[in-house]
Design a protein around this ligand. Structure first.
Ligand code: ZN
Length: 233
């Protein structure tokens, strides 16, 4: 396993957060813009479009937060269960556990004597912490934080979702559908490119991929809006 420098670990960590934020904002932008375009295409007035968009923003942000909270919480539960099992094993079979730790260090390239010494000293210092970090891969920096993850997810969704609502406020009623669609495609290009760059992938391809799906989403809701607008009219 390649050894990452301290700076690199932080960069990887930052990139992880950036990618999650961009994906969250993307979701917010696509789902709210599609909702707005659909309601506008049905011939609704500006206040109705705004109410629908705002309701979509809140509903989307809450569902993202719920989903993130539930998935990260189950990860936390799994980590806690692992740590509880490890605590029990350390109490019941301390020698076998130290041998296990020694073997982990041997596999990482230490010679046997040195590995045994390191395992002994780390066990004396903090047995559970050493096993958590080196055997289970659980350390302070990657511990799951459900509330934080849920808040970040809801916030990034809301940031993406607010863009089409600002457009609705700024333009004439008759131009809402087209202006929101056009500005959303530009927004998606920016988010898609950012997300791709953060993940180390091709910016253009990343932008195009998100734009195509965004256009498809808005076209489908516009179609629904037109069909229901005509039948309701
Ligand atoms: Zn262990």
């Amino acid at each position: 396993m390649s050894r990452l420098s301290h700076a690199e670990i932080h960069r990887v960590h930052r990139i992880g957060w950036l990618r999650a934020a961009v994906l969250g904002a993307n979701d917010g932008l696509v789902s709210t813009a599609s909702l707005v375009v659909g309601v506008a295409a049905a011939g609704s007035a500006k206040p109705e479009i705004l109410i629908a968009g705002l309701a979509g923003l809140v509903a989307g942000a809450m569902s993202m937060a719920t989903g993130e909270y539930v998935s990260v919480s189950s990860q936390t539960d799994a980590e806690q269960a692992d740590l509880a099992r490890e605590t029990k094993e350390l109490a019941e079979t301390p020698d076998a556990e130290r041998e296990e730790l020694t073997q982990i260090y041997v596999d990482r390239g230490l010679d046997r004597d040195l590995a045994a010494q390191v395992a002994l000293q780390l066990t004396e210092r903090d047995a559970l912490g050493s096993h958590a970090r080196d055997e289970l891969g659980i350390s302070e920096t990657v511990t799951a934080r459900p509330v934080q993850a849920a808040l970040v997810s809801a916030l990034t969704f809301a940031v993406g979702a607010v863009l089409p609502l600002i457009i609705v406020l700024l333009v004439q009623e008759t131009r809402i559908a087209l202006t929101v669609a056009a500005s959303t495609v530009i927004g998606l290009a920016v988010f898609g490119g950012l997300g791709a760059a953060a993940g180390g992938a091709g910016v253009l391809r990343g932008a195009l991929r998100v734009m195509v799906w965004g256009v498809l989403a808005m076209a489908s809701t516009a179609l629904v809006g037109v069909i229901f607008g005509v039948t309701a009219g």
